[in-house]
Write a protein that binds this ligand. Structure first.
Ligand SMILES: [Cu+2]
Length: 374
């Protein structure tokens, strides 16, 4: 069985080379990822879980909704998505104003919940699944409250890594998620717990062109990685301002590589849940930003704030992609897929117990509370 042979071949270094696609670092990251996805989907078709829950109504590979690569969506589809995001950004907030006095719009409800939970849903055992659930809740809001017909698109960040300005997600056209910010002279950004220096790009200021020109952020930033940006203490402070970007091809070309992709999907870092979890979040003392943080620093400016990066409407395309990698890894590593790693606090500060799969994912007013793994 091809699916199990991938995990087993790499995990046990077994000789099953004829079953394992000969993906190596000579492949483009885009081609490698499509092949990995293909194999992950084959795996899901033969998963024992599907046999157990094989009814037509069960959520499985045959019934699942399909998210799409922004690059492969039609202009009409992209425009409908952009319309729906603006809709959420226009509808009034449903948050209790006592709890989130700075939240003005329905979009802000997502910002407030993310900011409020920052210290327990990053660098923790809840990190991967909580963000999966957050993206789902947002997708539901777009569909149910803004009549969006599609599903949450993703930014394939292994595409156009040489020049992020050419990515259809960020090219600034009317079918993009906006372009770069205006030029603002600054000292670059410090990522990875301030251990990794990112040179400044050509932006850093307000995003004044494209479909999200003059987009307003109402909360944050609390601890932006971009230098020379002022901060506020927490999500209760109303801080309306333009959204800023500083697109970074330095980040995309350095970290969105075939080698890093293979490492977390079939290579050494993919072997256990713990190694996957660690690697995708970066090894900061080694100067390695990791796929998750790289997504944020590739967008730059507002997106470099751990708390309020969610203000950038492209946050969702990044996290949908990050979640895509997670399910591909899960499918390729079925014996590790339902585990969790980490405690209940960011980098275990303050110290807390290990998270477990019965821990609850809280989403405030965005969605019902549910266990980490069902
Ligand atoms: Cu987050």
């Amino acid at each position: 069985m091809r699916f199990f042979s991938i995990g087993a071949a790499f995990y046990l270094a077994a000789v099953a080379a004829d079953d394992v696609a000969a993906i190596d670092e000579s492949w483009s990251a885009v081609d490698a990822l499509s092949e990995l996805q293909q194999q992950a989907m084959e795996g899901l078709k033969v998963s024992p879980l599907i046999r157990k829950r094989g009814s037509a109504k069960a959520c499985n590979i045959f019934t699942a909704d399909r998210r799409q690569d922004w690059e492969h969506m039609s202009k009409c589809q992209r425009k409908d998505y952009i319309r729906a995001v603006h809709c959420l950004h226009t509808l009034p907030s449903k948050s209790d104003p006592e709890w989130a006095p700075a939240a003005r719009t329905r979009y802000d409800d997502f910002v407030a919940v993310h900011m409020n939970m920052t210290m327990s849903v990053h660098g923790s055992g809840l990190f991967l699944t909580w963000h999966r659930y957050l993206v789902w809740a947002y997708e539901q809001a777009l569909r149910n409250e803004c009549n969006y017909k599609g599903y949450q698109p993703y930014w394939n960040y292994f595409s156009r890594t040489d020049n992020i300005h050419e990515s259809p997600v960020f090219d600034g056209s009317d079918t993009s998620m906006g372009g770069d910010g205006d030029f603002f002279e600054h000292d670059g950004a410090l990522g990875g717990a301030s251990m990794i220096k990112i040179p400044s790009g050509q932006g850093g200021g307000c995003m004044t062109t494209g479909p999200f020109a003059n987009w307003t952020a109402n909360m944050g930033p609390v601890r932006p990685g971009m230098q020379n940006m002022s901060a506020i203490p927490d999500f209760t402070v109303y801080n309306p301002r333009c959204l800023r970007r500083d697109l970074s091809s330095y980040v995309t070309s350095k970290w969105f590589t075939t080698a890093n992709l293979l490492n977390v999907t079939i290579g050494r870092a993919s072997w256990t849940h713990e190694s996957y979890w660690r690697e995708v979040q970066g090894r900061y003392p080694d100067g390695f930003l990791g796929l998750h943080t790289s997504g944020h620093y590739a967008m730059g400016a507002d997106a470099t704030d751990l708390y309020s990066s969610i203000n950038d409407p492209a946050f969702w395309l990044h996290h949908a992609m990050f979640d895509r990698l997670y399910w591909i890894w899960q499918s390729l590593h079925p014996f590790e897929a339902r585990k969790t790693t980490g405690t209940l606090t960011l980098s275990n500060k303050p110290p807390t117990r290990d998270a477990n799969i019965d821990d609850l994912l809280e989403m405030g007013i965005l969605a019902q509370t549910r266990p980490l793994h069902v």
